[in-house]
Design a protein around this ligand. Sequence first.
Ligand code: GLY
Length: 366
Amino acid sequence: MISRRSLLQVAAVPAAAATTSAAAPKNLVIASSNGPDCCRLAMEMLQAGKDTLDAVVAGVTLVEDDPRDTSVGYGGLPNEEGVVELDASVMHGPSRRAGSVASLRNIRNPSQVARLVMTQTDHIMLVGEGALRFARAHGFAEQNLLTEQARLAWLVWKQSLRDAGGWNNWAPGLDAPDPAPQAWLRERFPGATAEMLAWAWEVARHPPTGTISCLALNARGEMSGVTTTSGLAWKIPGRVGDSPIIGAGLYVDQDAGAAGSTGRGEENIRVAGAHTVVELMRQGRSAKEAVLETLRRVSRNYGDNLAKLGRFDLNFYALRKDGDYAGGSLWDANVTGSRRVRRQFAVNDGGASRLEDCAYLYERRP
Ligand code: GLY
């Protein structure tokens, strides 16, 4: 348990240096930590003179198509019924336009559908069945987005649920020859390694809210952004997080800067996080100050109660029009057992993509 005293001590620790200033706009792409490849491709497109929005959408498409990323697109973890539902939003700085989709099923690239909502309709947001019909009308192929890995995790989650008597209808019953927990899963998924089962157990107990957000600035000072996700694992069907909400999961203002978010969307929506970050940068704050101040508002919503705040994480990425940038997290690290992984974000300023440490509000104690 972290005491109030340790909160004050931690708050006094200077946040990690995660900000760089530049005098004039230059090609620059930042993304959440799952985005080094995304940043590389987006940078190549900026260097080839492509539009900033096309660059970031092409970048996140790599991740939406990658079944190994279980928080985005194809292979994303499903809702409580085992159905993958995707959310995404885009904003284009130069034209000041936006588009988004939410609860989209069967289409692996929601960011591309969001871009079409922006360019081909007089609306900003389409959801559910309407979003699917719109995607179909534009020639997107439908497919089952639930990979075997994601289905394994979903079944482990269902098996982890218990009624008051410790019973679960989704695990073998009294008459089963081997009642050992998870033995039937090993039988059902003989190819699953012990490592994969351990991962599935971890995401069953701690439903993740991974996502990718990517922001770009080009040498002409033009900016765009995209955020795309499969949302909270095991969510109630129809749950929409922050990613497709313009002003929460993403905001771009060509006059000031861009911001995106990953992590628990419910907390972000309550502070209109991405808009708040951009607004603070407009008022002259650095990207790092803007993300930390926005995180302080999230913390204040819980009266700075670290026990409650410790139950989730939230990350912001900020890119100012002058090239100043930062990533910021509520917590310094993700801790699983004895494993501690520092919160980072991806950056590409023209060479190879790299990961930089996020600034943060609080330190997780073992
Ligand atoms: N930030 C992703 C979500 O909460 O859905």
